[in-house]
Design a protein around this ligand. Structure first.
Ligand code: SAH
Ligand code: SF4
Ligand code: F3S
Length: 468
């Protein structure tokens, strides 16, 4: 049963879109193709599954080709290179569109929430048919209907919303695992970060709705879920009578048939002892936590508005490891934040060595217009950033190699996720700790959990053999 009025309205638009697609099919004597491309994080990827769900429901067939009848880019703007990739790809689409006069192009996601981007698209990318934002993605079907009936560029970007509209069609990328939004937006305003501006204020979904969605997914064959939010540790804030994140995890743990639970991302400032306890006692929560450090220098952390210190971060790592000795801890690091000195970078290197990260994503600081850090003095010059980045990256890589080796020779449980790209008699599986294992196996095993013995270590992944 659909509870939400807005969802009901959108389902009616999907019906209208079906009619439009059918008419076009009859005219062209073929199916209409669509392509949805994600440029951003897991949350964007989840949104893309909703976009594709609606398009498939309306009668489109999915294609990887760039000359599809409908191409939609779900964009990211967290760093400038994500934006540049979008502009580059749009250039190529323009020539495809000249050849296929039925082609429609749409842009949504975090980039379109920036007024300067919309101005640029209006002025120089008039061949883009539809532009909408993150807050009104639920109205996609409605905008598609308008796009096919109005012959002009449609721009529908909202600057906020209090609506949470679920219950629309979703086309999952994997049949056996799925992301679930537990909250939207962010209230933290780290000074370098644009996410709070493009995703709006933090809003949590009700826990009973989350649990009901997961129960439905499990009925549909899902064995692993990833609970998604910019800061899952503050889940439930602002909702009356609601549960905390550890309590939500306990509810999810009870869902029968669900085998694995992951979550992303944990902000160190809000990580509670209760969460560590619930994780340690759980049979389903994976032994992996992504805990973005950003910098090892307490002074840089202060100017980033991260609201923890180097010492507090290392204490957290100690507590987590004391409760779960084998857990994999991964992180994000930014190099080149305004005012960052070589001494600050050495502090980051020190934390990498002490925390013994299993892996880390290392990013070069990207200046985002409108954020406090963009206006800070002492932006670090490119050459210095490059030197610092190389130092951090090599430390991370060496650490990841040393850490991941600890599993060699062990028997572990993996979720069989897909056929190996290099050799189709092999499968790729994922350990609870998130490490990938390649092993001989048949595709009928995809989506099941298997015991595998880890035989050869290859730097960041293993070869293994099924043992049962
Ligand atoms: N909410 C998550 C992070 C989401 S963005 C958290 O707070 O942990 C993912 C990562 O992108 C961040 O952890 C950060 O390392 C990086 N990032 C964000 N803004 C950036 C910027 N302006 N330049 C470089 N990296 C950035
Ligand atoms: Fe950005 Fe900080 Fe929010 Fe993460 S917590 S999304 S880094 S503002
Ligand atoms: Fe990018 Fe938006 Fe995610 S800016 S990282 S896609 S929330």
């Amino acid at each position: 049963m659909i509870h939400n009025e807005e969802a009901l309205k959108q389902l009616e638009y999907i019906e209208l879109l079906k009619e439009i697609v059918k008419e076009k099919e009859d005219e062209l004597k073929r199916k209409l193709t669509c392509q949805v491309t994600t440029f951003g994080c897991q949350m964007n990827a989840r949104d893309s599954e909703k976009l594709l769900g609606i398009l498939l429901d309306a009668g489109f067939v999915e294609t990887e080709e760039d000359d599809a009848d409908f191409v939609i880019y779900n964009t990211c703007t967290v760093r400038d290179n994500a934006n540049q990739r979008v502009y580059g790809r749009l250039g190529a689409l323009k020539s495809h569109k000249k050849k296929n006069k039925n082609m429609k192009i749409a842009l949504c996601g975090c980039m379109t929430q920036e007024p300067s981007v919309v101005e640029k698209l209006k002025a120089s990318y008039s061949f883009v048919d539809l532009i909408f934002g993150t807050h009104n993605i639920f109205a996609f079907a409605e905008y598609c209907v308008r796009m096919y009936s109005e012959n002009k560029q449609i721009v529908e970007v909202w600057d906020k919303t209090d609506k949470i509209v679920e219950e629309l069609p979703v086309a999952r990328k994997y049949s056996f695992k799925s992301g679930i939004n537990i909250m939207f937006g962010c209230n933290n305003f780290c000074t370098y970060c644009i996410v709070p501006y493009v995703r709006g204020r933090e809003r949590s979904r009700r826990s009973d709705e989350i649990v009901a969605e997961i129960e439905n997914l499990v009925k549909d064959g899902v064995v692993e879920v990833m609970l998604l939010g910019q800061n899952v540790n503050s889940y439930g804030n602002g909702l009356d009578n609601e549960v905390s994140f550890p309590e939500l995890l306990k509810k999810v743990e009870k869902i029968e048939g669900l085998e694995r639970i992951r979550f992303m991302t944990s902000h160190p400032k809000d990580l509670s002892d209760e969460l560590i306890k619930v994780m340690a006692e759980s049979k389903k929560i994976c032994r992996h936590i992504h805990l973005p450090l950003q910098s090892g220098s307490s002074e840089v952390l202060r100017r980033m508005n991260r609201r923890y210190t180097k010492e507090h971060y290392l204490e957290l790592v100690d507590k987590i490891r004391a409760a779960m000795p084998d857990i994999a801890i991964t992180t994000d690091i930014i190099v080149g934040f305004p005012g960052e000195t070589y001494e600050d970078v050495l502090e980051t290197v020190d934390v990498i060595k002490k925390a013994q990260f299993d892996n880390a994503f290392t990013f070069i600081y990207s200046k985002r217009t409108g954020t406090p850090a963009a206006a800070m003095e002492d932006q670090v010059d490119e050459e210095t950033v490059k030197k610092h980045f190389d130092l951090v990256l090599s430390t991370v890589q060496e650490m990841a190699r040393t850490r991941t080796r600890r599993f060699e020779g062990r028997e572990v449980t993996v979720l069989c996720e897909g056929i190996n790209e290099q050799d189709d008699s092999y499968l790729d599986g994922r350990m609870s700790e998130n490490t990938i294992v390649h092993f001989k196996g048949d595709k009928s095993l995809i989506g099941t959990l298997k015991k595998v013995k880890l035989t050869d270590f290859h730097g960041f992944y293993y070869d293994g053999e099924i043992v049962d």
